[in-house]
Design a protein around this ligand. Sequence first.
Ligand code: SAM
Ligand code: FES
Length: 354
Amino acid sequence: MGTEIRDLIEKLYQTSLLEEKELLYLLQNYSKEAALLLAQRANEIRLKHYGDKVYLRGLIEFSNYCHRHCKYCGIRSENDKVSRYRLSEDEIINCIDMGYQLGYRTVVLQGGEDIYYTDDRIVALLERIKEKWPQIAITLSIGEKSYAAYKRFFEAGAERYLLRHETACETLYKSLHPHMSYDNRMRCLRDLKEIGYQVGTGFIVGLPGQNAQHLVEDLMFIKSFKPHMVGIGPFMPQKDTPLGNMPAGTADMTTYLISILRLLQGDLLLPATTSLGSIDPLGREKGLKAGANVVMPNLSPIEVRDKYALYDGKICTGDEAAQCRKCIEKRIEKSGYKVDMGRGDHKNFIASIK
Ligand code: SAM
Ligand code: FES
């Protein structure tokens, strides 16, 4: 590793800031040594903000129906090879019940943009969850909605929302998301923040057509938007999509970016994602050591796990929730961290239990 890279990493560590051209240089000059130094520095900052805790959130993938067309995504509406499923309200409640018994105090409800789950149905579901478990923190991840819908969900008890911007480059975004609007995605993120959610955004690493300059744009966007959480994962091809023959992103570049994100904004909640664990059997451990502090084990019923096939080679499709919980705990402890089953709020967020 040259002295320029070492100096850039120190500058990023000391000031949480790099100019665009410096970030570009850092990304274009990846080396194992630079990644190691970045990870060490990122880990120091993570310990300063969140200690050695890793927050577990139970992920419920409640529907794989989606009316959108993201070219990389295995559950896009055009894919007629995927076997569609939708959990009922009762089935979702049962998943949460099981999660609660396993110790989870926060759940993430994720799905494709399923028109069956209207705003009214989502509100009814949220109210039912909050009535039964007022102390549980609910994260929604159900895509682009109106300001009014986001506001209703918030008032019904959702406190967090995950909506990746996917790529901050408008041209690249357009090429990958037919019939979708970059401006609307950005509008959604601004609305969510204004309403008062803890907001997670994020991007895919190694998207076909993506270069280092695009990744710099992602980092600059995050620096200015200041989300509470950022989820990133490598692009993984899914054979029945238009990008099914394209090469996957890498665990190395994803963990490198996790470290850069931790240094750019020390207080972020940063998940070691399922796609990182899917591309590399030790991907989640590597993510944690590079600065990540959240893991989202799966709570969905085992019968539907493999149907939420965003990409090929997804892990944890055959394990019961209890097994996932144990497996991930072992991995976290082996990496030198401690499992935290609490709500896992962002450190600046004043928890308001509704
Ligand atoms: N529909 C919601 C939305 O758009 O936010 C949530 C579900 S969406 C399937 C969840 C995330 O999966 C997306 O934000 C995207 O980043 C990721 N994803 C989809 N296909 C992927 C692929 N082939 N490789 C890596 N990540 C993928
Ligand atoms: Fe469903 Fe992209 S294919 S949101």
